[in-house]
Design a protein around this ligand. Structure first.
Ligand SMILES: NC(=O)c1ccc[n+]([C@@H]2O[C@H](COP(=O)([O-])OP(=O)(O)OC[C@H]3O[C@@H](n4cnc5c(N)ncnc54)[C@H](OP(=O)(O)O)[C@@H]3O)[C@@H](O)[C@H]2O)c1
Length: 321
């Protein structure tokens, strides 16, 4: 697969979000299936895997997903880039240093990931702890060789600027897709200018942009984020059909799938963007990785972008939460 840079870290230009093997999209596959799916993605060229300490069934407990990712990638560890994330509560740093707290989280993640170094360590959300202090802690962990780079998730350009001025960021991971474009205003331009990679999460809009979700689709009742993804309410699925139809039109034109076109669109648009589509299904994971091969010409991209800009988007989350 082609490669891109997140800061100074080289990754495949499409990565893989591993969350759904543990959380967020209903019933989870067996551990055996999940490990095989990750191994299969690696053998199809994926060299960038995303996880987080918090990804566990129903978000109860810590580390279910990191354990799977660790087992699946142990034998190829030096050939892949692994990003993981921590949540940091103010209560954890009230009577101790931010560095100590971050390091405690990191040590747990490294153990579960069966590695002695995380490539990208993200603060999952900025909470009550100063981002400058977190940056300092991350800088020390970089100097000590426990992480190669660090990142922030769901942040605006002002927070990025403050953090980046303390210790340079490798990546920012915000929600971004054809129906969630807030980061285009200032986050992505700032990242581009400052050699920061931009890692879109939910790049297929939780499945909407694959064209496989209809107003009749029933989501699962337990641990399924699609029940609250704004674009996936029944009326908004109907409202967003012109965007899905547009993707289908380009999919036919390019002998690709709608999900692949939605990924090819962002790959064409920005050189620092590396999407991490998620799927519980081995075949769809490979389909998404193959978006790397779908090249839109400048003319095709402009026409697609113009048509997209004429479509109203129904439902909005933004990167504020
Ligand atoms: N930083 C954060 O706060 C944050 C938040 C959310 C997610 N993430 C990361 O981002 C990754 C991706 O986000 P996401 O999983 O929420 O959203 P996504 O990649 O936009 O969509 C996942 C959904 O789309 C479906 N899908 C994926 N590819 C498909 C295809 N080719 N055809 C048909 N359906 C397809 C999946 O169904 P199937 O499983 O049935 O294929 C699943 O329901 C996660 O795995 C996680 O690592 C980070």
């Amino acid at each position: 697969m082609k490669t891109r840079k997140l800061g100074n870290i080289t990754v495949s230009d499409v990565g893989m979000g591993c969350m759904a093997f543990s959380h967020g999209y209903g019933k989870i596959p067996t551990e055996k299936y999940s490990i095989e799916a990750i191994e299969n993605a690696y053998s199809h060229g994926c060299a960038f895997f995303d996880t987080a300490e918090i990804y566990s069934p129903n978000l109860s407990g810590i580390g279910h997903n990191e354990l799977i990712v660790g087992k699946a990638l142990e034998s190829v560890r030096d050939k892949v880039v692994i990003g993981t994330k921590l949540f940091l509560g103010y209560s954890e740093v009230r009577s101790g240093s931010v560095y100590d707290a971050v390091r405690r989280h990191l040590e747990g993640s490294l153990k579960r990931l069966k590695t002695d170094m995380a490539d990208i360590y993200y603060l999952h959300r900025t909470g009550g702890v100063s981002v400058e202090k977190v940056a300092e802690a991350m800088g020390r962990l970089i100097d000590e060789g426990f992480i190669r780079g660090w990142g922030l998730s769901q942040v605006d350009a002002n927070v990025i600027r403050r953090a980046h001025s303390v210790v340079p960021l490798s990546a920012v991971q915000n929600i971004y897709s054809m129906v969630e474009r807030d980061s285009e205003a200032s986050v992505i331009p700032y990242c581009l200018k400052n050699n920061i990679g931009f890692v879109p999460f939910s790049p297929i809009a939780s499945g909407l942009l694959s064209g496989k979700i209809t107003a009749e689709t029933r989501f699962e009742t337990v641990d399924d984020v699609r029940n609250w993804v704004p674009q996936l309410s029944r009326s908004n699925i109907i409202g967003n059909q012109p965007i899905v139809e547009l993707l289908k039109e380009y999919a036919d034109l390019k002998n690709a799938t709608p999900a692949q076109i939605s990924l090819a669109w962002m790959l064409h648009k920005y050189p620092n963007v590396v999407p991490i589509p998620g799927s519980k299904n081995k075949e769809r994971i490979v389909e998404n990785l193959n978006a790397s091969e779908v090249e839109l010409t400048d003319e095709e991209f402009s026409a697609l972008e113009n048509s997209l800009n004429k479509c109203k988007v129904y439902g909005h989350r933004g990167f504020g939460r």
